[in-house]
Design a protein. Structure first.
Length: 188
């Protein structure tokens, strides 16, 4: 019987290891296959708890995180955990429910890019390559609507409260059910 050295117990970090955080099984399977064909070793998680389990064993250099996960934790909580585990990890947030507030929060928490679905593997790899900002990006000529501003404010308050619906409703001066209905109309 041999003694395990500290190196044996250290998390593994292959050069192209990627953690995919997605709770839609079919989409996760398809995206994982596509990424594996491009040379990534893909680890899959569908919750914050599973992300933390994998981070105890592995040190991926890349992550693709879905913003909307079933259960209590959101993709933003996963981004925070991933960035805390490895500050140099390239994290791309994918979402079908894009908003300025969640994009800003994702970047603040450590994501390098934020992509709206549908995005393909080419978009994700391009996002990993774009880790710096572009001062020449064009500005939209369209002004924000009142509904968009309200939605962004709701998400800002949700992020401030750690996505606690009751506390966010209190801070917004809304009944909890009213806030829940607004969130159901346009999912996070």
């Amino acid at each position: 019987m041999t003694n395990s050295s500290e190196e044996d117990l250290a998390p593994t970090a292959p050069a192209r290891q990627l953690l995919l955080v997605e709770d839609d099984e079919a989409f996760a399977r398809t995206l994982a296959r596509s990424l594996e064909r491009r040379g990534y070793q893909v680890l899959r998680a569908d919750s914050l708890a599973r992300v933390q389990e994998l981070l105890a064993l592995h040190r991926p250099g890349y992550a693709v995180v879905d913003l909307k996960l079933r259960g209590e934790a959101t993709g933003l909580a996963c981004v925070r955990a991933l960035h805390a585990a490895r500050a140099d990890m390239l994290i791309v947030v994918l979402t079908g429910y894009a908003s300025i507030a969640t994009a800003v929060e994702a970047i603040k928490l450590g994501a390098c890019q934020y992509l709206a679905k549908p995005s393909n593997t080419d978009d994700i790899e391009a996002a990993f390559a774009r880790t710096t900002g572009d001062a020449d990006v064009g500005l939209s000529p369209r002004a924000s609507s009142i509904k968009t501003l309200e939605w962004e404010h709701i998400h800002e308050v949700l992020a401030e409260t750690g996505f606690n619906i009751s506390e966010a409703a209190r801070r917004l001066g809304l009944h909890r059910r009213t806030l829940a209905r607004k969130l159901e109309k346009r999912r996070v």
